[in-house]
Design a protein around this ligand. Structure first.
Ligand code: ZN
Length: 137
């Protein structure tokens, strides 16, 4: 059994990887549900629900196991899973939306991993980055 803290921690850590682990509709659905459960005013028995949610799908269950039991860093788990499950590399993946500095000569860019992330400012020009219309949906 996983401790509540470990599950909570894993639930936050796994979110940027959901679109790599799961088919897109499931990844989006799970991300929304995780976001709700991770709210500070989460409902009673939130940790059990987080655990249930992450264990619904084989890929996120395996991710959780590697993260909590084997203490793998979040950014190393995807490559590990891809060697165990070669099919994972072929699942459809939405590209993370790319944001760019609106100053034409500036090449600063940034990829939004989850909708929870605020869009940063360009550190050079101090203007908000804008979505690059050439990429993504
Ligand atoms: Zn800039």
């Amino acid at each position: 059994m996983y401790s509540a803290n470990a599950v909570f921690d894993a639930a936050q850590a796994i979110r940027p990887y959901l679109t790599d682990l799961l088919a897109v509709p499931m990844a989006q659905s799970m991300d929304r549900q995780l976001a709700m459960l991770l709210e500070p005013d989460g409902r009673v028995s939130r940790d059990e629900k987080l655990l249930d949610l992450l264990q619904q799908e084989a890929m996120t269950r395996e991710w959780l196991r590697l993260y909590v039991e084997e203490q793998r860093p979040a950014d190393q788990i995807l490559p590990i899973l891809r060697t165990y499950y070669p099919l994972l590399a072929k699942t459809s993946k939405i590209q993370s939306p790319r944001y760019v500095c609106p100053v034409a000569s500036c090449h600063r860019d940034w990829y939004r991993q989850t909708v929870a992330q605020a869009i940063p400012h360009c550190p050079i020009h101090d203007v908000p980055l804008v979505r690059d219309s050439k990429v993504g949906s």
